[in-house]
Design a protein around this ligand. Structure first.
Ligand code: FES
Length: 137
């Protein structure tokens, strides 16, 4: 391969990479609706396990549950534990988000119930629309 062929090949690869990045950015932006909400998943998926996690949203990671006090309402938190960054999960029989790393517990509104975490989980606005579960910052 001579120098001209090498430069041509590298240039073609760079163009493909840039195009891939641009289309990914466009997808994220287009998933957020005009009202600011984006789809996390479906209610059917949520009801299979009692929680719905999506780590690829424009708002960041979101974990959605049904409100234990009103099953018609959705609750969404960022599942990133405020202690050291592990993902919490909803434990139905404890009615708490529990961290698998050091056992911090958070209430359904994201407040700290038990440390070592000291700060609450970040929360999002959440709602059901037909079979869709939606969140917004
Ligand atoms: S990372 Fe969650 S309790 Fe330590």
């Amino acid at each position: 391969m001579n120098r001209r062929e090498f430069i041509s090949l590298v240039g073609a690869s760079a163009s493909v990479s840039i195009a891939a990045c641009n289309s990914q950015s466009a997808n994220v932006a287009s998933d957020v609706r005009a009202d600011g909400f984006e789809v996390v998943g479906t209610v059917s998926e949520l009801d299979k396990t009692g929680q719905l996690l999506n780590e690829n949203l424009a708002v960041g990671k979101a974990l959605v549950i049904r409100d234990p006090a009103n099953a018609n309402q959705a609750i969404a938190v960022n599942p990133t534990c405020t202690h050291a960054g592990c993902n919490v999960a909803w434990v139905q029989d404890q009615k708490a988000f529990v961290c698998p790393c050091h056992n911090s517990k958070f209430t359904s509104d994201g407040s700290v119930q038990n440390g070592p975490a000291k700060e609450p989980l970040a929360t999002y606005r959440a709602k059901f629309e037909g079979d869709l579960v939606l969140v917004s910052s």
